[in-house]
Design a protein around this ligand. Structure first.
Ligand code: SF4
Ligand code: SF4
Length: 177
């Protein structure tokens, strides 16, 4: 059964094609952070009728949430907000790797981290294979991730308040192999 996705009334991709660069497309073996060969930039998909299922299923946070106002349009912001099982992931254009730190984004992203990390909802930045864990009090650059690696974020009580930390767990440790 196909899950119906609710999008913000009146909101559409327009000439934004940023997910065709930033998101992985397994069916095409397209990695994150490189343009899909079927994308005509600022125009759209040249194989729209036969595009892979993962492209059909993808709706970014901007399309789904009216709390993300017009400046969050991925084509302008140069990053895409995506809700995933782990929490919120920001897929950032490698050509503008610090775009997520601009105002008004950074303050809002930190607020997501403050409310999310204590309840195991991570906020992560992905720039191609590189990952950055956004914690309430710092950002932790975890370097390049391999498929199957996992990010662990923790919040513990310390003598003067919460202590936050993040680390990368390699796939071998995740699977116990
Ligand atoms: S990033 Fe979002 S708004 Fe842009 S083309 Fe993809 S789904 Fe549409
Ligand atoms: S197949 Fe089409 S929709 Fe999918 S990434 Fe390529 S250009 Fe975008």
């Amino acid at each position: 059964m196909t899950r119906a996705i609710k999008t913000v009334p009146g909101r559409s991709c327009g000439t934004c094609t940023l997910c065709c660069k930033l998101m992985m497309v397994p069916e095409l073996e397209k990695p994150m952070g490189t343009w899909c060969g079927h994308c005509k930039q600022s125009a759209g998909c040249t194989i729209h009728a036969t595009r892979p299922q993962s492209c059909r299923d993808f709706y970014c946070g901007y399309l789904q949430s009216d709390t993300l106002t017009d400046e969050w349009l991925p084509a302008k912001a140069r990053f895409i907000v995506v809700g995933e099982a782990s929490g919120i992931v920001l897929y950032v254009d490698p050509g503008r790797p610090d775009a997520w730190k601009d105002a008004p984004f950074y303050e809002r992203i930190k607020s997501w981290s403050l409310s999310g990390v204590p309840s195991n909802r991570q906020v992560t930045v992905r720039i191609g294979r590189r990952a950055i864990a956004v914690l309430p009090d710092k950002d932790v650059d975890l370097g390049e991730m391999e498929p199957g690696d996992r990010i662990i974020c923790e919040a513990r009580r310390g003598p003067v308040g919460r202590v936050y930390s993040a680390y990368k767990m390699p796939k071998a440790e995740v699977t116990g192999s």
